[in-house]
Ligand binder design. Structure first.
Ligand code: ADP
Length: 386
């Protein structure tokens, strides 16, 4: 019987760390936080907070010295820092050699190709001429993206023709220095899907049902779980694929496999994330074990919890900053109107478009459950259409 890790260090103090903290309480695990500032989302609730720069090797090493295992709220900690931690005997979960596939899309694409996982046709392009050659060969429009440093659709460009070839190279200047441009076939997808897997160091793994996710302007706005309309064999194949990726890459913790479903039924991988993921927030209220609890169980090397659903359908809608700056102003109405609805607020200042919370509705009927969740989210931000 292995001893589970009791003190878990989390690097990054956003809402994911905040929701990990909530899960840690019941498990009796001690969570320590390396936060970007004293008032960020998770720093408001975790007792042991250090404020420091996660790109500073000395800061990260000093923080990790007090932890049995280190995990993440985001994927931005530089790989060399994590290798140093491992060399110093700290358990880093997910480890740097797995995490790099969530940090660098060129590394991810090359590895998935080697594994035979379906991806959009793609190539690293060194300059505008190479990008134009890719577009001419594969057809326009095409997608260009930065290999590193992109998030929420920033660092992804749709190019209509050769005249746009300068755009990603101009954009790269404002992003990471060690990034390259990847050209990708434009997938005219009908919807986006995601599969979440939790995996322990020894290889035990569990998968959540496939979710359908709505992205608006590059930001996840809503999910429906299980994704409506998938055939059982599709669910089986997508789940097996995600489990295999987690295993081959040696992921520990949550792996999210983001997918695009084309109109011809082809499903290709968009990208990988190795941390609790927005498309798994529904699991706090809609599954026996939330993704946050399973992430902690995995990194602490504890047996994983059941991912069984608690209702035929769970719909999560993000609360994105809107016209109402005082979210609590709408809370009472939402609670009174739908006592079965669950609300999570992240303690963040309301800035237009910023993720400041989410709501989850459980139900039997997809349309009805979606309507309930959207109504509540719109009311919270003050954007009801009356
Ligand atoms: P980020 O790292 O910013 O989340 P992604 O690689 O996930 O960037 O891309 C953001 C969005 O851009 C995706 O959710 C998808 O809607 C769109 N996208 C990315 N790659 C392609 C592609 N090859 N074809 C069509 N759309 C794409």
């Amino acid at each position: 019987m292995r001893t589970p890790a009791a003190t878990i260090g989390v690097i990054g103090g956003g809402q994911l760390a905040r929701m990990m903290h909530a899960a840690s309480i019941g498990l009796g695990l001690r969570l320590r936080l390396l936060a970007e500032g004293p008032d960020v989302s998770a720093a408001q609730v975790v007792r042991e907070v250090e404020v420091g720069d996660y790109t500073d090797p000395a800061v990260v090493a000093a923080f990790a010295a007090g932890c049995e295992v280190v995990t993440f709220d985001h994927e931005h900690v530089p790989t060399p820092i994590l290798h140093d931690l491992e060399a110093a005997g700290v358990a880093v979960r997910p480890g740097p050699d797995a995490l790099v596939h969530a940090q660098d899309k060129a590394v991810m694409r090359a590895r998935l190709a080697a594994l035979g996982v379906p991806c959009p046709a793609n190539a690293v392009v060194a300059d505008e001429a190479a990008l134009v050659a890719f577009g001419d060969a594969r057809g326009w429009p095409c997608i260009a993206k930065t290999s590193r440093g992109g998030y929420d659709g920033k660092g992804v460009w749709k190019l209509d023709g050769p005249q746009d070839a300068h755009v990603p190279f101009d954009g790269l200047a404002g992003l990471r220095a060690n990034a390259v441009v990847i050209a990708e076939e434009f997938v005219d997808f009908t919807r986006e899907l995601s599969v979440l897997v939790a995996r322990r160091p020894g290889g035990q793994a569990v998968a959540y049902p496939v979710s359908e996710t709505v992205q608006t302007g590059g930001v996840c706005t809503a999910t429906t779980t299980p994704a409506p309309g998938l055939r059982p064999d599709q669910v089986r194949d997508l789940t097996a694929m995600a489990m295999r990726i987690a295993d081959e890459l040696g992921v520990v913790g949550i792996l999210a496999v983001e997918l695009m479903e084309a109109s011809d039924g082809r499903v290709v991988v968009n990208e990988l994330a190795m941390r609790p993921h927005n498309t798994g927030h529904w699991s706090i209220d809609g599954a026996v074990t939330s993704q946050f609890e399973n992430h902690l169980r995995a990194v602490a090397d504890l047996p994983l919890g059941s991912t069984a659903v608690l209702a035929p359908v769970s719909v999560m809608v993000n609360v994105l900053g809107g016209s109402r700056t005082d979210l609590l102003g709408g809370l009472a109405d939402v609670m009174a109107a739908d006592p079965a609805l669950k609300v999570q607020l992240y303690g963040k200042d309301v800035v237009p478009g910023r993720k400041v919370g989410h709501v989850t509705a459980l139900g039997d009927d997809v349309d009805e459950t979606r309507a309930r969740a959207w109504r509540a989210a719109r009311h919270l931000i003050g954007d009801d259409d009356e």
